[in-house]
Design a protein around this ligand. Sequence first.
Ligand code: ADP
Length: 212
Amino acid sequence: MDAHSKKSSNVVWHHSTVTRQRREALNGHNSAVLWFTGLSGAGKSTLAHAVEEELYLVGCRTFVFDGDNVRHGLCADLGFASADRVENIRRVGEMSKLFIEAGVIALTAFISPFRSDRERVRSLMPHGDFLEIFCRCSLEVCEQRDVKGLYKRARAGEIKDFTGISSPYEEPDDPELVVETDVLTMEECVAKVMQMLRDRGIVWQQGTNAHD
Ligand code: ADP
């Protein structure tokens, strides 16, 4: 049994009469996980929140899981060494799966640098529910942005295991969507994600343009 196997034997899954399908019908949209992955500073959080705003405006139920936020609570006991990163992503994957059952569109913003971790999360979900969105942005641009000043500190050797500098980032082989956040505007990136959700029949409402 590995560290992540079920340790308790006398537990039985209780099936709800309020199923995912009924929740989706009530909500007027399907649920899914939008898994934003990419380097620090690539725009995962910014884009996830901007897409959430757009989804809110068309009446969708959403929730954003942000890397830094979960590390304050759910994953406060974890650091950035490989084993901790694996466990961090596993927990977020399991949490996202529950949100899918709850009829929610979950958006996650985690570097999630290891392909195997992302594939493990994908394998937890029914086919088509895990939508991997690769925020492609060159290391140079991420480093110029240096939103949180972390690259500077990583280059100075103050932060170890920093993705892109002292820890690898494994690009997705076949993501559902690639958004070039160093080339496209925010609006163009949001539009690409929204189009994908409509193409896949997850969201079918039109935008309200109720931005003001
Ligand atoms: P991450 O969550 O990947 O670490 P952040 O969202 O915190 O990245 O930061 C990305 C930065 O890049 C923000 O300051 C954002 O305004 C900027 N940015 C510029 N263009 C884009 C774009 N097309 N998509 C997303 N972010 C962008």
